[in-house]
Design a protein around this ligand. Structure first.
Ligand SMILES: C[S@@+](CC[C@H](N)C(=O)[O-])C[C@H]1O[C@@H](n2cnc3c(N)ncnc32)[C@H](O)[C@@H]1O
Length: 467
């Protein structure tokens, strides 16, 4: 691929798409979503026997994860390892045996539930606490006209040519972000940072909020891969030989162009998608769910697991660079708004209002082994985690219809040899809240992290609750 004088070519490739007739008839949205791009994992549900993998899926990652769906339309807008695949959401809908009129996902993540429901013409409400991820969901589910995007791409390109680099735009970033002489390590090279400042200025000048958001999300999607770090469950690490492989301004142009093309391709391909109402609430679901009034036939979600993984850390590069965070107080506030799935901040944990015998045994075990735990606050984290999910279940009970169901994808944890049996605790709390039907389906075994005992395998399960 060659770059033009300004280093950016958006619209040549885009125009090629807009001239073709590649749209999908509405009845084929989902099959196209799954077939056009490398296949989603095959995973189905038998209404009688429960959740099953099809023979093809035996060797594939389960659909509760997005591992094999990274190249599927919309899923490919942002690499979100913890997402479930669209086929999981469709299978969840199929288990109802009827077309739901409204679906709720209180832990929206990258928006798999929202976009899948939209493609199926089903209204959905989704809540996400991370402002960048909330924008990823909004970007995927807000209709943007292709012509508007082509015009915006063209004026963005002209804007970039006229805009001067200005590192002041990045002055809010923590000291380690941009290269300077007084530092030993940095996340972005100076050349990359200068170009980034031009991008951010030009994105802010886009008038239409939906288009502005789409550009911001496209930029967010390429930041970590263009940085000197990689991010995993353990946090941020510098790449090997990062000094020799740093991305420069040209790399930013090249990758943004590619990413924008991907986004545009999906917008175009699914331009005539149904106009289902997708409400995206940016907030803490423990509180935000209380404000929801519309009942739902399906409440489907995967909360963070109590594995000490803090999503605020994982998406920190995007949150700071794109301006969603501008102070350490903002960062702490976001951490406080997330579930008690990590021990990154000290907070007073409430205990669940209902009794779970399994939770009592787990807590007793953890407290007894407090000295062996890698963090002494883990028992309180586990306690707070279940109070958080109890709140979500209380609201789910209020909002679920009599023929509807709540489906949760959850994972066990293990600390100092003590198993935190998440599905069983949730079933006990769910029954105490009033759910009459409860079922646990094991879907896979996950490798535990070193902090959780390394060699043990932990279960990932679907918990189903109904009135
Ligand atoms: C496992 S991910 C969900 C992935 C999602 N199912 C998907 O397919 O993309 C869990 C999400 O819960 C969010 N989260 C954590 N605490 C939250 C809270 N209190 N309220 C709402 N969302 C929260 C995290 O930011 C993360 O995006």
């Amino acid at each position: 691929m060659s770059l033009d004088v300004n280093g950016v070519i958006f619209y040549n490739a885009i125009l090629a798409y807009s001239c073709g007739s590649m749209r999908n008839p509405p009845d084929r949205y989902l099959s196209t979503l799954q077939q056009h791009f490398p296949a989603a994992p095959a995973f189905t549900v038998d209404v009688h026997s429960g959740w099953t993998s099809t023979p093809e899926a035996q060797n594939a990652p389960p659909a509760t994860t997005n591992q094999a769906a990274q190249n599927i339309a919309f899923q490919r807008w942002f690499r979100f390892k913890e997402a479930f695949s669209p086929s999981f959401v469709t299978a969840a809908i199929e288990t109802l045996g009827f077309q739901p009129s409204h679906v709720i996902d209180p832990f929206g993540g990258s928006g798999t539930t929202g976009i899948t429901c939209q493609l199926l013409g089903i209204d959905a409400t989704t809540i996400e606490v991370n402002p960048f991820l909330a924008d990823v969901i909004r970007a995927k589910t807000t209709h943007c006209k292709e012509e508007t995007l082509i015009k915006a791409a063209r004026s963005f390109r002209h804007g970039l040519a006229r805009t001067k680099a200005d590192l002041e735009v990045l002055a809010h970033l923590p000291a380690t972000f941009i290269e300077s002489e007084d530092k030993q390590r940095w996340i972005f090279s100076r050349s990359f940072g200068e170009r980034l400042s031009q991008y951010l200025k030009c994105i802010r000048q886009i008038q239409d909020p939906a288009v502005q958001r789409l550009f911001r999300v496209a930029l967010g999607a390429i930041l970590v891969e263009c940085s000197n770090v990689y991010v995993n469950g353990k946090g941020r690490r510098y790449r090997r030989r990062w000094e020799e492989t740093q991305a420069n301004s040209e790399r930013l142009d090249f990758r943004f162009h590619d990413q924008f093309k991907t986004v545009f391709e999906d917008v175009h391909r699914f331009a005539a998608r149904p106009d289902a109402r997708i409400d995206v609430v940016h907030g803490d679901s423990r509180l935000a769910m209380r404000r929801l009034e519309r009942e739902a036939d399906l409440i489907v979600f995967s909360p963070p697991y109590p594995n000490s993984f803090d999503y605020t850390d994982i998406y920190n590069v995007e949150l700071w660079t794109l301006g969603y965070l501008s102070s350490s107080q903002d960062n702490a506030q976001l951490r406080r708004s997330t579930l008690h799935s990590h021990v990154q901040i000290q907070r007073i944990a409430e205990r669940p209002l209902n009794i779970s015998p399994t939770l009592q045994i787990v807590l007793k075990g953890l407290r007894k082994k407090r000295d062996e735990l890698w963090d002494a606050n883990i028992p309180e984290m586990v306690l707070g985690y279940f109070r958080d999910l109890e709140r979500v279940l209380e609201e789910s009970f209020r909002l679920i219809t009599s023929r509807g169901k709540v489906l949760m994808v959850v994972g066990d944890s293990r600390y100092a040899g003590i198993l935190v049996d998440v599905p069983t605790v949730l079933v006990e709390l769910g029954r105490a809240i009033g759910f009459n039907k409860a079922q646990i389906y094991e879907v896979r075994k996950m490798r535990a992290s070193a902090q959780q005992g390394g060699s043990h395998h932990l279960r990932e399960c679907i918990v189903e609750l109904a009135r």
